[in-house]
Write a protein that binds this ligand. Structure first.
Ligand code: NAD
Length: 483
């Protein structure tokens, strides 16, 4: 499919060329061909986008004076417009990122659901009266923040932009979205959706560009009130430092090394399916990937055999192949990095139970075989670092206490899975896990209604659910002396 969607920057309601006059190519990872050539935002474009957002937030503007329920209608209209464009965005995402159309379709659907969910919030964001001593009326309101910056990674480009954009708009803020330069296309459809839904100019701005120039300029901009950053832990720390110069608030959604914990009393077939899905979906390029399988020694062979079977029967293919269940990884450098991690695992003593290289029948595209590494211990590199590819590291355990210790012995704390039919085990292990999200007998799973985020180096703050309403509003306390 030839790309025929937008390639310009969307600033202040207009499609414009970059001030710097630079362009960049985006590559289809399944064919290694250029898929589209896009305008590259410069620091000047970031300034223009932030100024447009600021203008749309000015006192008395259409956006700030409209009834909250009207704002909700606009979000609902955006959901509808995105739904109308669903097939197109799905294919674009599939070509730009490499994921299968099935996976890309789930991403777009999650965005539609998220906009509908937050559309319902706009007229329910309320403050409270505070019971203080004396003849006083004291209340707290929740106000919008201003211009919010959204810096987005390449693994779920459409969904992760929408995940923070929807609540930011629901709370009455304006937004500047900077997608990853590896996957810039789907985010541009937010410009189209804002235009078609009739949002006031400047409320949504989309500026594809590099992290070094555009991302940096957004993170350190003193007119930006909040940065929603999703990406690697290293860059997240950098963004936090930049934002700190202006005491700008940040939500950080960073990396993970999720443990999927299987007890002997679990439904082993269901557990093996969950483990498979948790590591091979999106070719393992997921912050919440269940990249460590912690399996009880009594069921190690049974679970590993089932996961190996699943890996070996997964059809690999490109974004236009309807039968494909796993696509390539996003780029040549990512492919090289993932293969490098597998080699490090082997060098440190792991055994390749299946996969381990580039599929023989794929001489084009950045494919990596679904890989299972056994004989892994939790101190090995493949158990500690985020590989961000289809590589599962298998570690055994003997009892609940040991597995809680292994699971928590990680720099990350995003999502953990527990597979058991024993109520006491489910609660005890869930309680012991230092993770932002734990799912029992299902993995991975999230909803627009539930908070998403992690502990330790997996981030700070939460997206989704009621929590995001708190992220994208601020409290103002008002005291009135009635005496
Ligand atoms: P990345 O950190 O390289 O890039 C993320 C974004 O930051 C991109 O838009 C990039 O252009 C920008 N950026 C890069 N350098 C910057 C700088 N100096 N200043 C400002 N912006 C800069 O991440 P990636 O490789 O695109 O994505 C993979 C990472 O994202 C993984 O670590 C993954 O775990 C994480 N991730 C986390 C979540 C979550 O919700 N916790 C979700 C998806 C991905």
């Amino acid at each position: 499919m030839e790309y025929s969607g937008p390639t310009e920057l969307f600033i202040d309601g207009e499609w414009v060329d970059s001030e710097g006059g630079e362009l960049f190519d985006t590559i289809d990872p399944a064919t290694e061909d250029v898929y589209a050539t896009v305008q590259k935002a410069s620091a000047d474009d970031v300034n223009a986008a932030v100024a447009a957002g600021d203008d749309a937030m000015s006192r008395g503007s259409e956006w700030t004076t409209m009834a909250p329920s009207e704002r909700g209608e606009l979000l609902r209209d955006m959901a509808e417009v995105i739904e109308e464009m669903k097939d197109e965005i799905t294919l674009v995402e599939s070509h730009d990122n490499g994921k299968t159309p099935f996976e890309a379709g789930m991403e777009v659907q999650m965005v539609i659901d998220t906009f509908r969910y937050y559309a319902g919030w706009t007229d329910k964001i309320r403050g409270e009266e505070n019971p203080i001593p004396g003849q006083r009326l004291n209340y707290t309101t929740r106000e919008s923040l201003g211009v919010t910056g959204h810096i987005v990674p390449w693994n779920y480009p459409f969904q992760l932009a929408g995940r923070s954009l929807a609540p930011a708009l629901a709370c009455g803020n304006t937004a500047v979205v900077k997608p990853s330069s590896q996957t810039p296309l789907s985010a541009l459809y937010y410009g189209l959706a804002a235009e078609k839904a009739g949002l006031p100019d400047g409320v949504v701005n989309v500026i594809p560009g590099s992290g070094r120039e555009a991302g940096n300029a957004l993170a350190e901009h003193d007119d930006v009130a909040h940065i929603a950053f999703t990406g690697s832990t290293g860059v997240g720390k950098n963004v936090m430092e930049k934002a700190a110069q202006n005491v700008t608030g940040v939500t950080l959604e960073l990396g993970g090394k999720g443990p999927n914990i299987v007890f002997p009393d679990a439904d082993i077939e269901a557990a093996a399916n969950g483990v498979h899905y948790g590591i091979f979906m999106n070719a393992g390029q997921m912050c919440w990937a269940g990249s460590r399988l912690l399996v009880h020694e009594d069921v190690h062979d049974e679970v590993v055999d089932a996961v190996v079977d699943g890996a070996e029967s997964t059809p690999l293919g490109s974004g236009i192949d309807d039968d494909a269940r796993m696509g390539p990884v996003v780029s040549k450098s990512q492919q090289k990095e993932v293969l490098g991690y597998i080699q490090t695992g082997v060098d440190e003593g792991a055994t390749v139970a299946t996969g381990g290289g580039v599929p023989e029948d794929k001489d084009q595209g950045y494919f990596v075989e679904p890989t299972v590494l056994t004989d892994v211990t939790n101190d090995m590199t493949v158990a500690r670092e985020e590989i961000f590819g289809p590589v599962l590291s298998v570690i055994t355990f003997e009892d609940r206490e040991e597995v809680i210790e292994i699971a928590n012995d990680s720099p990350y704390g995003l999502m953990a899975g527990v597979w058991t039919n024993d109520l006491s085990t489910a609660h005890t292990v869930t309680d012991g896990l230092n993770y932002g999200m734990v799912s029992v007998n299902e993995y991975p799973v999230t909803f627009p209604q539930t908070p998403f985020g992690g502990t330790k180096e997996s981030g700070s703050g939460r997206e989704q659910g009621t929590e995001a309403i708190h992220e994208y509003t601020q409290a103002k306390n008002v005291n009135i002396n009635l005496g």
